[in-house]
Design a protein around this ligand. Sequence first.
Ligand code: 3HC
Ligand code: NAI
Length: 691
Amino acid sequence: MTEINSVTTLTQDGDVAIVTLNSPPVNALSANVRDGLYEGFKQAIASDAKAIVLICEGRTFIAGADITEFGGAMKGASLPDVQAMMENSPKPVIAAIHGTALGGGLEVALCAHYRVAVPSARLGLPEVNLGLLPGAGGTQRLPRIAGVEKALEMMTSGRHAPAKEALEMGLVDEIVPEGQLKEGAVAFARKAVAEGKPLVKVRENNAKLEPAKGHPEVFDNFRKANARKFRGFLAPEYNIRCVEAAVNSASFDEGLGVERKLFMELMMGPQSAAQRYYFFAERQANKIPDVPDDTPTRPINKVGILGAGTMGGGIAMNFANAGIPVTIVELKQDALDRGLKTIRSNYERSRGAVAEQTEKRMGLLTGSLDMDAFADCDLVIEAVFERMDIKKDVFTNLDRICKPGAILATNTSALNIDEIASVTKRPEDVIGLHFFSPANVMKLLEIVRADKTARDVIATSMKLAKQIGKIAVLVGVTPGFVGNRILGQRQREAQKLVMEGAMPWDVDRVLYDFGFPMGPFAMSDLAGLDIGWVKEKSKGESIRDVLCEMDRRGQKTGAGYYDYDENRNAKPSPVTEKIINDFIAKSGRNPRKISDEEILERCIYPMINEGAKILDEGKAIRPSDIDVVWVNGYGWPVYRGGPMYYGDQLGADKVLAKMKEFQGAMGDDFKPAALLEKTVAEGKKLSDFKR
Ligand code: 3HC
Ligand code: NAI
């Protein structure tokens, strides 16, 4: 064995040289890795071996460029040098893939002459999710292997294709049995030598580009079909342009030139910086200072859900999807039947639904009207009506029924969890698991740590969140927790703006243009204006009251703040406009023209300010956790990083100055957070905050 450098070795198995990489955690293409590959291949080519296998140790093949190196000066061998060394090797090079071959990792593999993979391997070009495009020839090679349409789809979604699909599209040449990657790759290499297989250079294969030549509509149609999904993002468009260049350029190298230029443009731009920041923010959220990775966890083999309403049903689906049996308890048979029926129809309507799978998942759900059915559950989550007296009653019963060590969780969206926990004899087992609606779809899970919550209960919840595919953020007990507390600021300003002269569609348009999927009024129409509205008590005291009284209760009734046509397309409503103007007149104020800039600042700056208060109070661990909450739970555009990141981009001093100006004009809704003042006084950024 030759040690090439600290992360690379060269060994030989008969006449096959094996370059092995071992750079945990994910064999990312750091300078060290590139150096090791370059030198390893150089020596393998110079050796008497007849073929070369590239294989990785640890959990994965190369998962991409080393994102931490981006933006700094490049050291060591360049990626194109490594790739040229492999592609121009006079001996067949075989990449042996397990785990994931992603981004630069796949681009390296595409410079091997052949690729073998185990069935569990996944391959993809996920750069788009970092606001980038594959910058090492991927945009030119993928369409040459998979065809233009498939390449467009893979590159703009960042999807990881499973090995079987990769085989079908020619990305992989052979699948070898799980656990036998090295043997399989070496056998493939020997076969290549014995059969004199050609040294395939993907760059030379132009056949799959031909069908798109002279057909610009292929790209235009793709753009049109995905316009909604790509809105606001630069990277998808740049990925498309690179594939266009692959088709239209006179040579591979010309296409590569386009790729390089567009890659650098994205890399230096604000969107990718925000998306790269966000990549690490999401991973950082898993780290809890006083709950280290080795904190023991409790086994969760059976889950109980109380309440089969909007949230309970969706929450149950998450566990059934992960193969965990669930007992659902309701008050009455008809509510239970309704809940289970909704779950079934959600499964049946989901994309790619397979009857067998629906039955399997439904088979994991058991309904009951008796809370005693929770006796053997390891975790119970209550999702009953949002009333403290009911929650307390429920937790008194759970305390009596559940076995020792069971975790007792509440899905409350605003109630004080310390108070809920106080009715039990085991407050250390009580935690908030705040799912977002629809709970089977939304990625975010706020895990709410109460005063006495035990560390292993937190560790177990964080682990479980991963198991059910959620992105968890640990927050503290505070009204609305992190997400809704910040949302409250935006909602308040949106309502006030309307009473000052902006129309709901003005506010919505500004926030939509900022990058949110929809504005607050469109959102209310979608959710239903009558949530929490009680007909008998309604006295026309607010715009919402009047709308509901007129049976304009949102999309479901064909009208709310907006008017809707039969396809649910929204139109500004003269009826709403009149109601608003009447309210303004009654208030004795004069409506004024409000600029888009003011709408944005009034809605967004108080959110940043509230985030600072939350940090100061210790209700979020770090600024980036707040960003993760808002990107995943509320549609904050990821290319703007999240409210706290955005605050830093604007400049904490600018946010503070504006808050002071608004405070002077409009009062203490805009009172600057002490932490914001301190950050500015010390010339720091919000992201510098550390507890
Ligand atoms: N660079 C640097 N660090 C990376 C990394 C990368 N490309 N990919 C993962 N890491 C780090 C993570 O930050 C994390 O560090 P931590 O333990 O300190 O928090 C650690 O590796 C493990 O990552 P995950 O927690 O995400 O582990 P999982 O097992 O859940 O997922 C993965 C593994 C699927 C590989 C996932 O990490 C991932 O998607 N990584 C990014 C892949 C990617 O985007 N590649 C393209 C990079 S850009 C590129 O290649 C440009 C090229 O075209 C020129
Ligand atoms: P829902 O009204 O749709 O469902 C509540 C269900 O609980 C009903 O089916 C009811 O019959 C049942 N129930 C009430 N008391 C019960 C009891 N003692 N035993 C058994 N079942 C009982 O309400 P929803 O929207 O699902 O909300 C549930 C909880 O989730 C609330 O605490 C709410 O604040 C929270 N939440 C709601 C979100 C939403 O968007 N709807 C989002 C996040 C949290």
